[in-house]
Design a protein around this ligand. Sequence first.
Ligand SMILES: C[S@@+](CC[C@H](N)C(=O)[O-])C[C@H]1O[C@@H](n2cnc3c(N)ncnc32)[C@H](O)[C@@H]1O
Length: 254
Amino acid sequence: MQENELKRYEDIGNWDFSDIKYTTYQESNWNFYDEIKNHSTSSSLLLDLGTGGGEKALSFLPNVGMIIATDFSKEMIKTANENKKQFPDKNIKFVCMDNLNITFPKNLFDIVSARHTMIDAKRIYDVLKNDGYLIIEGVDKQDCWELKTLFQRGQAFHDEIAISQIDYENIKKAGFREIQVQKIIQYEYYETEEDLLALLFKTPIINDFSGIEDSSNTHSLSLEKNLFDKYVSTHTTPKGIELERVLYGIIAKK
Ligand SMILES: C[S@@+](CC[C@H](N)C(=O)[O-])C[C@H]1O[C@@H](n2cnc3c(N)ncnc32)[C@H](O)[C@@H]1O
């Protein structure tokens, strides 16, 4: 198991961004939840991997026969069960499980969904029924590229092969067919600097970003602050501070 990753998510304990004020404009019309809806029926058994605090699963996953939503963080599952109280009619069960060690029986699920989380394509293949679908959305290497270039680090910044390409290869190798890959460009506009900072503190876009606030080394503190200020000054628009997100969607059939 990825211990550092687990600890980070245990400490955060939710994947709720509702306090951050921002708007979104997406260029392509590929939508993860619409694709899940289009590929499911009212009787489908759906597995949602790396579900976080269930914030999105509870609000956006379609009403199917049953949803099993998993996460390897006990804190996330605790939050998800709390959040579930606001959705008493949702047929969803939250289970603590590592995506890299899925222990459900083979050929069980009609759909496996995974948004912004680690996947093991072979294990997903095994737990899907024949003709079942894998639907994922991921954050690609080029995501927030200008910001990561300024900081000279960040999520996948030094990767030689883009994450979308690695996922595609692994999905193909696992035996999936009819694999469709969609690049998703999305512009986010943050209302204030505090809103953008809140995003950067919570997500791994720039690793160790907390250096801006917590570092005892005042030199690196001001250096990081300068970089952030530089980004804000060059990306402030009438709609807010712009962040270009580069995501990808993959749909594949067993
Ligand atoms: C970026 S959040 C995404 C949450 C949710 N899917 C969403 O879109 O809002 C990633 C989640 O995946 C979980 N995660 C990361 N690696 C995992 C693994 N190997 N097994 C299970 N969950 C994992 C984290 O605990 C976290 O809750």
